[in-house]
Design a protein around this ligand. Structure first.
Ligand code: AN7
Length: 344
């Protein structure tokens, strides 16, 4: 399968004539969720399941473009700060390209599967005694002084790749959805989606979706209107207090006729469980979009009647398997014990 660069090359602002560094990212499923749609009072709800990208998150779309561009400039090393998914993706694509990769992680703040991925792909993993925002500050400053390319979403080529998810959704639905809900952390992704939809509307006409960007309540700088020094949330991927593309995200939400809101962790975990009970295991941050839709509908601020809704689930649950201990039952290896237990 071709990756997103080959599929969407004419629509991407990328240096010409370089071979893509790709892991066949993109082309992720759009999964219909009729029961959850009806709970929301919506005509249709589809999940864009970005967890089925090669490293388990949407970051791969932006990393194929960022690493390809870095290679085209002759870079030999890249760096990023990360709450985990960017690190895993950068490590994988840098490995593919034969580049040195350094990842800066907030100490103790990264899910186990993401940390393991970064190590396994051969990145140099550095933990910073501080927040993601502080780690990003370091990565940014180093990249300005030393020959090492920054592959966080401050890098415009990241957004070039990530906007292709908007193209795929429009392709699959035959048009833009009415509402698009997604989590917001460093705010690159919502900015990229808006670039994608705007580009399509300019080229082909058609409607633009309204955006519902969702932050976790303890990490909601774009809702509170100021930097959060010590962001807190169970959704570690979006534990970000000073989003690099915050202004752009607010503009995108406003221009789309939508908004950015915050939801409590409890709502995020409920949405994660409900998606899992529909067969889709996403990481906590990825459930924020659904949690946000529910909270707006319940509060009477959003009427989805007759509406086609897409919710972007950004990362796979397998990378963040920290779930509250579910009771399991231990039995001796005999049929009677199993029948007694299951009451069959
Ligand atoms: C699953 O990996 O910032 O608003 O360093 O991993 O574009 O930041 C991850 C962010 C949503 C938020 N869902 O996207 C990182 C990082 C998942 C994520 C987001 C992230 P942005």
């Amino acid at each position: 399968m071709p990756g997103i660069i080959e599929r969407f090359r004419p629509y991407l602002d990328l240096p010409l004539g370089v071979d893509p560094i790709t892991l066949s990212e993109g082309n992720t499923p759009l999964i219909s969720m009729p029961r959850l749609a009806s709970d929301l009072g919506a005509a249709e709800l589809h999940i864009k399941f970005e967890g089925s990208n090669p490293t388990g998150s949407f970051k791969d779309r932006g990393m194929t473009t960022a690493i390809t561009e870095a290679v085209s400039r002759g870079a030999s090393a890249v760096i990023c700060a990360s709450t985990g998914n960017t690190a895993a993706s950068a490590a994988a694509y840098a490995a593919r390209a034969g580049l040195r990769c350094v990842v800066l992680l907030p100490h103790g703040g990264v899910a186990s599967g993401k940390l393991a991925a970064a190590y396994t792909h051969g990145a140099e993993v550095v933990e910073v005694e501080g927040s993601f925002d502080q780690a990003l500050g370091l990565a940014r400053r180093l990249s300005e002084r030393a020959p090492i390319g920054l592959v966080n979403s401050l890098n415009p080529y990241r957004l070039e790749g990530q906007k292709t998810a908007a193209f795929e959704i429009t392709e699959a639905l035959g048009g833009a959805p009415d509402w698009l809900a997604l989590p917001v952390g460093n705010a690159g992704n919502i900015s990229a989606y808006w670039m994608g939809y705007r580009q399509l509307a300019d080229l082909e006409g058609g409607d633009l979706p309204h955006f519902l960007g969702v932050q976790a309540r303890g990490s909601a700088p774009l809702v509170e209107g100021h930097v959060i020094e010590h962001p807190e949330t169970v959704a570690s991927a979006i534990r970000i207090g000073n989003p690099a593309r915050g202004e752009q995200a607010l503009t995108a939400a406003e221009e789309s006729g939508g908004r950015i809101i915050a939801v409590p962790d409890r709502a995020i975990l409920e949405a994660q469980r409900d998606l899992a009970h529909e067969g889709l295991w996403v990481e906590p941050a990825s459930a924020a979009g659904l949690a946000g839709l529910r909270s707006e509908v319940e509060a009477g601020r959003l009427n989805l009647s007759g509406q086609r809704v897409v919710c972007v689930c950004t990362g796979h649950g397998l990378k963040d398997p920290q779930v509250p201990a579910e009771p399991t039952t231990l039995i001796p290896p005999n049929l009677q014990a199993l029948e007694d237990l299951l009451k069959l």
